[in-house]
Design a protein around this ligand. Structure first.
Ligand SMILES: [Zn+2]
Length: 269
């Protein structure tokens, strides 16, 4: 466990250093594209810290304040990510608009610092391997970050030797890409928390209930987070005879919890 925390901190620190070098490339080297990439890298690193913090909180068992458990605390991660990237969007849009049509000089420091930043980022990815939640996250972003890194090295070189416009247009493209990503993340997050119907798991639970001799009249299942579900079902007992229905119901609820990770309340009609 201590090992994991050390790897996590190391990885986040290395990511921060990577971002800091890119900021140097953007500011000292005068490259707009490296600057945009630098700020998104820093937002990315801070997001990882938020995602990890909220994820840890989400693992706490149910308590008096949170009778359904704390799983949905994990949404704090993606919401914090939206917040951080939105802040960056505001900063870079202002910068790009202010610089429009004004030629600027890019120096060789821009591609050099950007390349050093990429090397530190590669190290951060390596150290994230041992941290499960982190490596999943990095796997998603590594490709994008590396492509962005390569693009900004190329565009700042183009800005030095050909025209500042190459750097400016790349920066603008990165800003637009960021806006599109933010919009699609917002839609994804809101849809995920909208309790949309879980057809597949609901039909599995229904057929399990019929195996147990219940006739399912109505079933509602929602995803809480990850592979954890909640819901209710109205059932009818076929030929109950003189069996103890309430203990059968209780047993079925427990089995559904074990088999499907679903907290389903059964109501007998
Ligand atoms: Zn609580």
């Amino acid at each position: 466990m201590v090992h994991t925390i050390v790897k996590l901190q190391l990885s986040i620190t290395l990511s921060f250093i990577a971002g800091a070098f890119k900021v140097l490339g953007g500011v000292l080297g005068g490259s707009k594209s490296v600057y945009v990439d630098a700020l998104t890298s820093i937002a990315n690193t801070m997001s990882i810290a938020f995602i990890y913090t909220f994820y840890k909180k989400s693992l706490e068992p149910p308590d008096q304040d949170h009778p359904f458990g704390h799983l949905r605390f994990a949404f704090g991660g993606p919401i914090a990510t939206l917040m951080l990237y939105s802040f960056v969007l505001g900063v870079v849009v202002t910068d790009i608009i202010n610089a429009f049509g004004r030629p600027y000089v890019i120096t060789i420091q821009a591609p050099i610092y950007a390349a050093i930043g990429m090397a530190f980022y590669a190290l951060a990815v390596t150290f994230s391997k041992g941290v499960k939640t982190l490596s999943i996250y990095y796997a998603k972003f590594t490709a994008i970050e590396f492509l962005e890194g390569l693009a900004t090295i190329a565009s700042s070189l183009g800005g030095i030797f050909i025209s500042f416009w190459i750097d400016y247009i790349t920066a603008t493209a990165l800003v637009l890409y960021l806006a599109v990503e933010l919009w699609s993340s917002l839609n994804e997050i809101t849809y995920t928390i909208s309790d949309y119907s879980q057809v597949e798991i609901a039909s599995k639970i229904s057929s399990y209930l019929s195996e147990l001799g219940f006739e399912v009249k109505r079933i509602r299942i929602r995803r809480v987070f990850g592979d954890m579900y909640q819901g209710d079902a109205t059932v009818k007992m076929q030929n109950p005879g003189d069996r103890d229905t309430s203990s059968l119901i209780k047993k079925a609820e427990e089995e559904i919890m074990k088999k499907f990770k679903a907290d389903v309340v059964l109501k007998l009609e």
